[in-house]
Write a protein that binds this ligand. Sequence first.
Ligand code: ARG
Length: 469
Amino acid sequence: MKMWSGRFRQPLDPQFERWQRSFDFDRRLLGYELAASGAHARALKNIGILSADELISILEGLQKIGEMAASAEGFVEDDEAEDVHHFVEKQLAALIGEVGYKLHSGRSRNEQIATDLRLYVRAAIDELRKELSDVCEAFAERAEKAGNAAMPAFTHLQHAEPVLVGHWLLAYVEMFLRDADRLVDCRKRLNVCPLGSGAVAGATLPLDRVFMAEELEFSSLTANSIDATSDRDFILEFVNVLSLLGVHLSRWAEEMIIFSSQEFGFVKLPEAYSTGSSAMPQKKNPDLLELVRGKTGRVIGGAAGLTVTLKGLPLAYNKDLQETQEPLFDAADSMLGMLPLVAGWMKAVEFDTARMNEAAQSGFTNAWAAATYLVKRGVPSRLAHEQIGKAVKLCVERNCEIQNLTLNDLCRLHPAFEESFYECLKPAAVLAIHDVVGGTAPERVRQGIAAAKRKIDSLREEVKIHAHA
Ligand code: ARG
């Protein structure tokens, strides 16, 4: 039986009928639909619309549907179901007879889909935070393992200053921790229950909304039925959070691709996550990284598409809202698919630390440290900068590094240079002067690793708390 055929004189155009369905993709909401329906059924019993026996048979029917979906192959293949709500109603009536049709009393699919989607996003957030904590851990572990290995840090993709490899990896941990934080924030805002909002004006029966919210572990209620049935902000917000996470992953992927090129040679691509070429026998390609970069484009596209879908809609429910589901699922699937692979890649990758160390010392990465030497001897910073710039110019002419200039050469530039200057140019000394919180001095990096690990631990704790909530 259709959910709405009473007032129609003509059957639907079959092509249109198929085309407007959402069951192909919203069937994945079945578990949430069953949970929300259970809460609604209990609320109906509490106000006397269902008898105790009717409630029991409805709850048993809902449970059976869940079990069959989990075990019976092909059960969720249904050529008639318009959407997941229709599917449940149909199956329930098939299982328990006409009493199944009582379940829809006082409610609308508009509040149901709003509820199911909130439950879906809430669960996706919890899973994503768990995956993100694994990614952070993989990065933090590599940071720790890297010890005192150094590499050049780049600005404008030109050698800038040496940093510890661990310091570089911790930069990514910071980005991912912010992403996890944004997910928590998004979760807080979406965790409100729309049940009882009806089609647009509120339920037509005096349902206990607090009771239903508690049944589904929502922290509170939506405050306005018009907003509740038309709001998809939480989807847009979530997919935007994922876009930003994608931006971080994509920057990482891009950097790794550059660093794995023959020209850089900092990163040796793990074979388990690379592919070859069907034509060129020598190739080992960074496919995982390229797909991370590529799939991020899809997620960003999803966020842009959702924005456009929502921007022209008058209040309240419009069928356009059905179109928010696929980009949502696609974004969540893309991220959930790639995060474990990113963690795996990070565990498997090898860094050529000899090459990185060597690169860290070339291209005048100690020039600012050299200028700092003069500053510490009272030379005004602008002048010191100028003199070291001249020293670099001399080096470029002679094709050498600053430490290869003689004291004579240097004293011609400024009298403050002494033999001790050469000490401050050594790699370890250059690293050591960046001795501020968040800087690359080895002790600071060790503190940074410890702090990151504490943050990762508390992320894991929160994930556990929500999982048991
Ligand atoms: N499949 C629909 C959706 O995803 C469910 C809500 C239908 N509501 C309606 N008034 N037609 O949006």
